[in-house]
Design a protein around this ligand. Sequence first.
Ligand code: NI
Length: 169
Amino acid sequence: MALREILVVPHPALKQVSQPVERVDDELRALMDDMLETMYDAPGIGLAAIQIGVPKRVIVMDLARQDEPKQPQYFVNPEILWSSDETAPYEEGCLSVPEIFDEVDRPARVKLRYLNYQGEQIEEDADGMYAVCIQHEMDHLDGVLFIDHLSRLKREQAIKKVKKLVRAA
Ligand code: NI
C-alpha cells in the first residue's frame, strides 16, 4: 500500500467525469487499498479516486467514530436508484477543499447500488451521515465539489482561501 497525493482545488482533474470500472480485480483492489490508506492518513471519512488523480468510478469511506473499530467501505460504479424528496442540511468538508466547511442540502435518504471490494453487487438504503457522505463522494465522480452547491461568491472565496493555504504550506 502507498500514500497518494490528494489533489486540491482548483486542480482541473477535480472537474473531470470519471469512467466506469470494467472489472473488480487485484489491480483495482490495490488502488482501493491505497485510497483507504491515504484517506485514513489525511484524515478523512471519504475519498473518490479522482481526488488522487485516477478517473475511475471508485469511492472509499469509513464512517466509524474514533472510539469504534474501523469499518472500511468500498464502492465501485455506485448508482443512486432512488432519492427522497425530503432533504436535510449537513455541514460538509472535503479533503480537496481543505479547511472549508459549509452547509449543503441533499436528499435525506437514498437507495444505492454498487460493487463492493469483492466485486459483488450490493443494493442498500442509506440515511444520515451515510447518505450525506455517499452523495458527496458520488458528486466527485461527476466532477462536482460540495462548494459547487454553494453560491458563486462562497465558492470563489473558498478557492481563494485554499490557494492561500497551499502557498503558505
Ligand atoms: Ni470531497
